[in-house]
Each structure stands twice: as structure tokens, then as C-alpha cells.
Design a protein around this ligand. Structure first.
Ligand code: AMP
Length: 585
């Protein structure tokens, strides 16, 4: 990093006085207890749904969420309407006999009913899990069963394709609530019509008290092996969402805010729903997928002032070319942030050239529940860096010692594992039903993130890579094991090994290496068949984009597929330590 490439903040970058100007001072003064007291006004209870919606009595007529869709006129829910609708949903849950702590799953695109059910479920004290609607049936069945879902809210179209044929494989599901097209009525055997239930329910409800440690949200994330992990988050997480909305997104009351992430991923919930509502701002929600012209149009026409998006999206905008952007102006836009994967320095500078603003990269993960390290208004940006730990967050670069402990790396520029001192409010409180897996993430006071990073002499953190084999494609974390398992269901497949292959736009794409059972020919037709099989089972966001046939996959002596070696071979890199390779030595 040479000093000339630092992006210095100028007056035009800061169109309002930022919430956060004095990095060292604020870190020094900060305490989570003080933020908690501010948010809860000293009461011992906290409920994300109530705090995000009902607390804002004075904002009853202000737009909370503004829903955009290609073929429908925009629909706005004010804070008052959102309070009434979420109350109705609480009463629906009560009438169905749902109890506090029961799991309510949601599988839907970014439609108003998703937001109502999520916030209503939280207000009711249920544990809510929003699933990505582009998942195929296999990831859905796995997660519904791991989470022991009692209620599933989905749309009739998703139900027909992804739930109905497999309903018998989800025995915990007692109630499936269906939303018809455009929120209208619907009927399918064995389901309940959401619109009817809501119509019949009262819009007043005294929210059930929840406390800081009551579970609120379940977000699934992927590891290298085994099933996805259900990260449990508590109501107290709202304290982090609120603080980080202020420090890392610079939310001010008059902002029009747009987070492009889907609530099926943690960013779309923590920062697409909770943080902006806690701050009482107006959020834009677009139902459609990425489209450069559409996105530029939304930024301009909705007068978005704060925009939180992802590196893949920024790279796609860059690819769409300067001409696409030149037709638009964004006079209201004043702060842009991104998360989810490394943000290339060129992308930060593209922001400055095309949007007139640098892009503030920040870092966090499902387990941390909220932004931990960020480029903020309080300091200059070093393009390519994730920024500095926020107030209330202690980060370190560590190395594991042979005796099961850790040592902290003080030396700037030295690579190690990124760790966070435990204790921030949105820290996950467990992996559902997997205590041992949870406890393995901690050594002493430190939570080990599984990311490799380094810190420079100015305290900026730089992402290096992962310590494990998970894949990041278009910002979505994909577990290779889930993909391998789906491939192996096909009768032709003897074994599969899955890696992330670098991609200039998506970060990585999923590539599978497959060995075949006797009697199957490794030809183009089979390759297409396997790609289609995986896509049908897993959904397009998770399925491999490429399949290569191999006679045999490399294994360790203990029988594990050596994905690291597959990747090194794919990239033409040195194969590293192969002493554990089956047949070696
Ligand atoms: P997820 O739990 O799906 O949100 O994925 C979290 C992972 O995404 C992190 O552990 C990192 O590997 C990666 N990630 C998130 N933000 C960044 C960033 N700003 N730069 C590089 N990698 C990131």
C-alpha cells in the first residue's frame, strides 16, 4: 500500500456531519452498556421487533419500507402500518398455538409479507429463520429439519416447486402459511392462506417480553464439513445493529437507505431490516435481481442517500461500463458501503469516479451478527483494506500454538487468523444443537473467525483468505460438502470434490471434480445432466457452474478428499504439503 493511493475524505464526501468523526476518542469512550441503556431506555427487556417498529410512535406516518417490483407499483409500509401488520402476525401465531421460542421459517422473495412475518415473529418471541428463496429443495429441507421449524411462511409458487413434493421429509412443520400472488389469497391442500389469517387477526398485540439473551434469529452458515451450522442470535443483538448502523453506515434520521442483500443471508436481515428500522429511516427494498440500469435508476429515482451493497454487484456495475452510469446522477447519495467478500482497490476508486463517493468496505460474518471492522467516515480509506475495528470491538491477528492456545501477533504486516475478543452483543450464542462445534470457535477470550488477515502499522485490517475450504460466490458462503452430497445422489457419481474457482466478477464460482461409477461414460451429455441435477436439487446460487471428470480424487490417508490439492492443481499452484496424501511416502 503506498500512501498516495489512500483516499482522503473531502468535504464533498461528507454531505452531512457524520455520526463518527473521532476514531480513537469514540473507541475510548464507548461502552456497550451505555448503548444498551440508550436503546432500551434502561428497561431490562429488549425485543428486536418492538425496538425496530413500535418504539417509533412519533414516526407512525413515516415510510418504513418501500417495496419496488418490476411489474407492480411501489408499495409503502409506514412505521404505523408495520406496527399494525406485525401485531396481526403475532395474533396469527398465537391463534395457531405457537409458543415463545418456536421456530418460524420464511421462504420468500423480498415481498412485504417476509418483512411483516420476520418482525412479527420476533415481536412474538418466536425464533425466526429467513431462508434464501433461490435455494433448491435440498438446502431447504436440510435447514428446516436442523432448525425444527414449526411454521413456514412461503409463497404459493415456491410452495409448489420447493416444498409440496418434499413435505413428508419435513416432519416438524405443523403449519405452512401461503402468500398468493401479490399478497392475495391462495389455497393449496394442507396449507393456510396468509391473507385470510391476517384479515381475521386483530391489529393490537402486547408484545411478549423478551430479554437480552432470548434467542431471536437463526441464520444458517456453511462449514467445510458436515451439515450447515445454525448460528443462534439473541434479541440483545439489536444493540450492535444500532451502534454499527450509526458508526459504519452513518445512518441519520432523514436517510433513504438501500441494502441490496437478501434477508436469506445475514446482511439482508441485520442491515436490510433491523438496523435501518432501529434508526427510524426509510428503506428501499427491491424485489428484482441485479440489473445495472435498474439499480442506477433506483439510486436516482428513490433518492437513496446511504447504500449498502456487495463487491460482486459493484464489479457487475463496473462491467456494465461507464456509459450505463453516465446517464444518471445521484445528488442525494452520500455514503456507500459494501460487505461480503474482498473489495478490490479498483472498485473503491470506481465508486469515487462514477458515484462521486468512495466505497467503504466492511467486514463481518454470520457468527458476528453485525459489522465488526469497517471503513468509516472517521478516517481515510486505504483501498483494498477492510478498515479498522469499530468502537466496542477488539480485533487481533493470532496464531495457534501447538498446545491448543494462541499467541497474539503484534508485528504489523504479519499474517495470521483474525480473532475478536468475545462479548459484543450480536455475537452468536451457539450453533443449534452443536455445542462442541460452537466451543471450538473460541480459545480463551477470543473468537476465531476462520479468516486469515493482517494488520498494518495504522491499525487497518487486510483480508488474506480463509483457513477452510468454504466458497464465496457472489457474496454467498457455500459449503463444499453440501454440493458434494447433492452430486453424489446421482447414480453416476462415485465421489465428488468441490472447490471455489477464482472469478473476476463473482469472486469465486463452484467447480466440482467428479469420479464416476463403473458403467458411466465421462462425456458431455453426462456433464450436462449432472449440472442440471445439481441445479435442480441445490438451486442456481449454490450449484456448480463447472464439472470436470477425474479417474480418482486425491484423498488423505484417513479418507478425506483433499480439496486444497484439487484447487492447487486447478490453479497450477504448488501442491504444498502432500505428506498426508493417500499413497504418499
Ligand atoms: P457470511 O457468514 O456468509 O456473511 O460470510 C462471512 C465471510 O465472508 C467472512 O468470514 C469472510 O471470509 C468473507 N467476508 C465478509 N466480508 C468481507 C470483506 N469485507 N472482505 C473480505 N472477505 C469478507
Amino acid at each position: 500500500m503506498n500512501a498516495s493511493s489512500i483516499i482522503r475524505k473531502t468535504a464533498s464526501d461528507l454531505r452531512v456531519t457524520p455520526n463518527f468523526c473521532d476514531y480513537e476518542g469514540e473507541r475510548h469512550r464507548f461502552s456497550w452498556a451505555a448503548v444498551e441503556a440508550e436503546l432500551t431506555t434502561g428497561k431490562p427487556e429488549i425485543n428486536i421487533g418492538w425496538q425496530a417498529v413500535d418504539r417509533h410512535r412519533a414516526l407512525a406516518n413515516k415510510s418504513a419500507l418501500r417495496f419496488l417490483a418490476r411489474d407492480a407499483s411501489p408499495r409503502t409500509l409506514t412505521y404505523g402500518q408495520l406496527a399494525a401488520q406485525t401485531n396481526r402476525f403475532c395474533n396469527v401465531l398465537r391463534a395457531l398455538g405457537i409458543a415463545k421460542g418456536d421456530r418460524v421459517f420464511i421462504l420468500a422473495g423480498r415481498i412485504p409479507e417476509l418483512y411483516i412475518a420476520l418482525l412479527g415473529g420476533l415481536k412474538f418471541g418466536a425464533v425466526v429463520s429467513p431462508l434464501f428463496s433461490a435455494f433448491g429443495p435440498e438446502p431447504i429441507i436440510t435447514r428446516v429439519n436442523l432448525g425444527g421449524a414449526t411454521v413456514l411462511l412461503t409463497t404459493d409458487a415456491l410452495f409448489e416447486r420447493k416444498i409440496a413434493p418434499w413435505r413428508a421429509r419435513m416432519p416438524t412443520l405443523k403449519h405452512v402459511l401461503l402468500v398468493g400472488e401479490d399478497g392475495g389469497p391462495t389455497a393449496s391442500p394442507g396449507t393456510l392462506d396468509f391473507s385470510r389469517l391476517m384479515w381475521d387477526a386483530s391489529d393490537s398485540f402486547d408484545h411478549l417480553p423478551t430479554d437480552l439473551e432470548d434467542p431471536a434469529l437463526l441464520h444458517f452458515t456453511s462449514g467445510t464439513t458436515g451439515t450447515p451450522k445454525g448460528a443462534v442470535h439473541v434479541h440483545g443483538a439489536a444493540i450492535t445493529h444500532w451502534a454499527t448502523g450509526r458508526y459504519a453506515l452513518d445512518l441519520h434520521p432523514d436517510d433513504i437507505y438501500w441494502c441490496t442483500a437478501d434477508p436469506g443471508w445475514v446482511t439482508g436481515t441485520s442491515y436490510g431490516i433491523i438496523a435501518p428500522l432501529l434508526h427510524g429511516v426509510t428503506s428501499v427494498v427491491d424485489r428484482e435481481e441485479f440489473d445495472a440500469e435498474r439499480w442506477y435508476g433506483i439510486l436516482r429515482d428513490e433518492a437513496v442517500s446511504v447504500w449498502y451493497t456487495a463487491p460482486t454487484a459493484i464489479r457487475m456495475l463496473m462491467r456494465a461500463g461507464a456509459d450505463a452510469a453516465a446517464k444518471y446522477a445521484f445528488p442525494q447519495l452520500r455514503f456507500v458501503a459494501s460487505v461480503g467478500e474482498p473489495l478490490n482497490p479498483e472498485a473503491v476508486r470506481w465508486g469515487k469516479d462514477v458515484l462521486g463517493l468512495p466505497i467503504h468496505d466492511n467486514w463481518w460474518q454470520t457468527e458476528t451478527g453485525g459489522i465488526m471492522i469497517a471503513n468509516t467516515p472517521a478516517f481515510d480509506i486505504k483501498p483494498g483494506s477492510m478498515g479498522r475495528p469499530l468502537p466496542g470491538v477488539d480485533a487481533a491477528i493470532i496464531q495457534r500454538t501447538g498446545d491448543g492456545g494462541i499467541s497474539i501477533v503484534d508485528e504489523p504486516g504479519k499474517q495470521g487468523e483474525l480473532a475478536l475478543r468475545r462479548g459484543w452483543p450480536s455475537m452468536f450464542r451457539g450453533y443449534l444443537n452443536e455445542d462442541a462445534r460452537y466451543h471450538k470457535c473460541f480459545i480463551g477470550d477470543w473468537y476465531l473467525t476462520g479468516d486469515l488477515a493482517q494488520r498494518d502499522a495504522d491499525g487497518y485490517y487486510w483480508f488474506v483468505g480463509r483457513t477452510d475450504d468454504v466458497i464465496k460466490s457472489a457474496g454467498h458462503l457455500i459449503g463444499p460438502f453440501e454440493v458434494e452430497s447433492a452430486l453424489m445422489e446421482h447414480p453416476a457419481v462415485a465421489e465428488a470434490g468441490v472447490i471455489g474457482k477464482p472469478d473476476p466478477v463473482l469472486g469465486e464460482t463452484v467447480k466440482a471434480f467428479v469420479s464416476l461409477n463403473r458403467g458411466f461414460e465421462p462425456d458431455e451429455a453426462l456433464c450436462m445432466e449432472l449440472l442440471a441435477h445439481a441445479r435442480k436439487r441445490l438451486g442456481a446460487a449454490v450449484a456448480p457452474k463447472e464439472i470436470a471428470f477425474v479417474a480418482q480424487l486425491p484423498h488423505t490417508r484417513s479418507g478425506k478428499i483433499m480439496r486444497r490439492l484439487l484447487k492447487a492443481r486447478e490453479l497450477g499452484l504448488a501442491e504444498g504439503d502432500t505428506s498426508t496424501l493417500e499413497g504418499a511416502g
